[in-house]
Design a protein around this ligand. Sequence first.
Ligand code: PAF
Length: 293
Amino acid sequence: MKIIETRAGLQDWSDAERASGRRVALVPTMGALHPGHVSLVREARRHADRVVVSIFVNPTQFNDPKDFDGYPRTLESDLEACRAAGADVVWTPRADELYPAGAATWVDVEGLTDPLCGASRPGHFRGVTTVVTKLFLAARPHVAVFGQKDFQQLAVIRRMTADLGFGLEIVGAPTVREADGLAMSSRNVRLGPRARAQALRIVESLDLAQALLRRGERSHAAILEAVTKKLGEASQATIHYADLRDPTTLEPAPAVLEGPTLLAIALLFQKDPDGRGAEVRLIDNRVLEVDPA
Ligand code: PAF
């Protein structure tokens, strides 16, 4: 496995692979890799001959400097995880190459970035789409793989890729969960034990919504009320959003649900009362089947 730091080094490598007729896949990450990322690398391998993992904690997508400072940085174990997952290249771009002094160019996707995380994290998606554009331009992949846990991010990147004509395939990979159902996230390790236990209310509320639909409930308001009540049992958390939306347009779902419906959730957990853990924001989602067989 090669480790490349410079953009020119990555471009040269990618150009040579493309010239030899090999397909290149990119898995963009911010490091702190867990089995969810490993599944992205494996998915990438199914679509390409060569897999590049980028590791870059992108400052422009953090709207809270505390969150950026506290984001776990675990390069040594990340390199080990990439090696074990079968990556061919790890690209660790330098911040001053991706954002040269005086950088003033942004990529902004309108509309899809307004609700959900866009509303609770102003500027977040502009940072994501700007850095992903820079990653695409350097790695020149045929395919790029993103997790479905960040459902809105995936929708925004698909839109951007189509709008800017990058000519590459975007693949969404299913969310990987801990044994108890919590969606894997680099942030989970920062939860105090009490917050970690309460975080299960998230997956329970996704299950509850699907169970209500199975029993014939179709009322948007009734399902949201049940979900909000369940999430309210996580007394250490504030609900940033719990929303039912169209999975393609991200427009609010109708009053009477009638087709596949996205339930998207974000909670902000406080540190435990005994001081353990940190403030952690978790997201999760499920596309609910409204007419289950
Ligand atoms: O999903 C992430 O880890 C980040 O948002 C991404 C896509 C690597 C951009 O920094």
